[in-house]
Design a protein around this ligand. Sequence first.
Ligand SMILES: Cc1cc2nc3c(=O)[nH]c(=O)nc-3n(C[C@H](O)[C@H](O)[C@H](O)COP(=O)(O)OP(=O)(O)OC[C@H]3O[C@@H](n4cnc5c(N)ncnc54)[C@H](O)[C@@H]3O)c2cc1C
Length: 346
Amino acid sequence: MSTATTVPRPSYLDALEPVLTGIIAPAAGEIDRTAAYPQAALDALAQAGLLGLVSAKEVGGLGEGIRAATLVVEQIARHCASTALVVCMHYAAAAVIEAHGPRAVREAIAEGRAVTTLAFSEAGSRSHFWAPVSTATASGIWLVPANAEGLRVTAPFDGLGLRGNYSSPVTADGVIVSQDAMLGEDGKGFDIMMTIVLPYFQFMSAGCCLGMMEAATTKAAAHVGGTKLEHIGQSLADLPTVRAYVARMRIKTDMVRALLLDGLDALENGREDAMLRVLEVKAAAGEASTEVTDLAMRVSGGAAFRKEVGVERHFRDARAATVMAPTTDALYDFIGKAACGLPLFG
Ligand SMILES: Cc1cc2nc3c(=O)[nH]c(=O)nc-3n(C[C@H](O)[C@H](O)[C@H](O)COP(=O)(O)OP(=O)(O)OC[C@H]3O[C@@H](n4cnc5c(N)ncnc54)[C@H](O)[C@@H]3O)c2cc1C
């Protein structure tokens, strides 16, 4: 059965292929086991020009946007969701710097010399990413170099899943950045968040979920098709119950892909429902990937529990999307407000 996307295969996915098969897929197990940062993958992506995917051609990038970033993240997530999340955050921050950052940093990103990320969620306001509580400015977005004096990573990331991503709490005690490190005008941070960060992150996060769902569905289907109940001469796939679960996994995965592609279409064509799709796509993908990877564990039985089928990692990794800001429950609240004609914030 074909699960191909409706868009013709773009050249950036061709450039990604050798990085996937040569570096990301072989390193995936080790990254999950040791929680190591996927440095080799980032080096290879830089080499392939893919860290500059969303950078403008005038600074040496590939000049692509949200669709490309989403599809690349999805492909990477089929093999290693940790690497996919690191790349997702890089593209989200790169898009902001592309719109509001200095040319030298834009060139460094385009040429693969700089990896970026966003520090949005704060200990004080937790998953309410729209409510900054740190000082310096109440609403600014700042370009802070990783080696800035006073910047400290408090503890390494040690999570249930996405173990190779380095999203650790960062403290900034008296960090001084120059005035021109401010991304966008003073007081416009919220607008940048809504117009750049939110659409990029929502779609890429959904792409990450989709990649995991696709991989889990494929692996579980292969397992049940190839695993025999010798005493009755049948495979697990001969059991209608098991087949029905696989069908549910297939349907949910395809539903998310359809919503994601429709959302990209809405965004690219300035459709009226574009913002609704932006909100919906991560909520739908996050919940569906939790369900699909749970079903993958169920139909693959003890073999999956013993990590023989390769779906257990997807099951753990998929758990993050529902609690990563904007969390599913916060999104339900926003979507409910939009559907009821209420203002999103306030
Ligand atoms: C793997 C991973 C990577 C991350 N990477 C980054 C990163 O790169 N940059 C960054 O800035 N942050 C990052 N985060 C942080 C993330 O975005 C969230 O802020 C954080 O996970 C939320 O956890 P919390 O304990 O603060 O949640 P809390 O805010 O304490 O939420 C607890 C529960 O309350 C619910 N809740 C809270 N508010 C509402 C509401 N208004 N309506 C309904 N329900 C609500 C939530 O949905 C959740 O179920 C990452 C988190 C993870 C797990």
